[in-house]
Design a binder for this molecule. Structure first.
Ligand code: PRP
Length: 215
């Protein structure tokens, strides 16, 4: 089973005033739950674990947009640095897919692929799917099922976050950065109706902001 850094349900996180957050979000956030520096440190270790397991294989890294783009960029940067300094190294190509299922703070129960590469390009390849968060698991299960029709050689999934939620299907990725409480989290490309992707730390959204940015 994948190891992860656990953020406990009673973890209060950190006061906003201790960190720099954009002025335009100051009144929308409750606490900083994972500071940017900790995300980077954990991502560095995930990169090392992935190279250890997949080193020597050519990997097609598939970024699940939009939420995955920051983690994807930082993870690949770390892999690149390790590639430059290790005996084992990992040739990489990059692909992107756009999947959407959330509106406001709820899963819509329908996972839609609304853009990106033809998955058939990944036929016969070793694919590393890079995702920001697994909640119900529905997005990843749908994507894995679509991908399997294209017959990749191997598929591994890395998700920065996995949420502890009773809504989970039980799906677990191969690599996990953090296991987090069942709160609505934003920042580091995680959004609420497209807002908060431009925030470096992962934070808990307050109820006032949920109303303010509701569609
Ligand atoms: C979010 C997130 C994952 C998915 C996880 O995407 O980026 O892809 O939800 O949820 P699940 O495990 O319950 O399926 P969203 O639909 O919000 O689109 P986005 O990436 O463009 O923000």
């Amino acid at each position: 089973m994948a190891s992860f850094l656990q953020i406990a349900d009673d973890d209060e996180g950190h006061e906003l005033d201790l960190f720099c957050v954009p002025r335009h979000y100051e009144n929308d956030l409750e606490r900083v739950i994972i500071p940017h520096g900790l995300i980077m440190d954990r991502t560095e270790r995930l990169a090392r674990d992935i190279i250890r397991d997949m080193g020597g294989h050519h990997i097609a890294a598939l970024c699940v947009l939009k939420g995955g783009y920051t983690f994807f960029a930082d993870l690949l940067d770390h892999i690149q640095v390790l590639n430059q300094n290790c005996d084992e190294s990992l040739p990489l190509t990059v692909d992107f897919i756009r999947v959407k299922s959330y509106c406001n703070d709820r899963s819509t129960n329908s996972v839609k692929v609304i853009g990106g590469e033809e998955l058939s390009k990944l036929s016969g390849k070793n694919v590393l799917i890079v995702e920001d968060v697994v909640e119900t698991g529905r997005t990843m299960e749908t994507l894995l099922s679509l991908l399997s029709e294209c017959k990749p050689k191997m598929v591994k999934v890395v998700s920065l976050l996995v949420k502890r939620t009773p809504r989970s299907s039980g799906y677990r990725p191969d690599y996990i950065g953090f296991e987090v409480p069942d709160a609505f989290l934003v920042g580091y490309a995680l959004d609420y109706n497209e807002h908060f992707r431009d925030l470096s730390h992962i934070c808990i959204l307050n109820d006032q902001a949920k109303e303010k940015y509701k569609v």
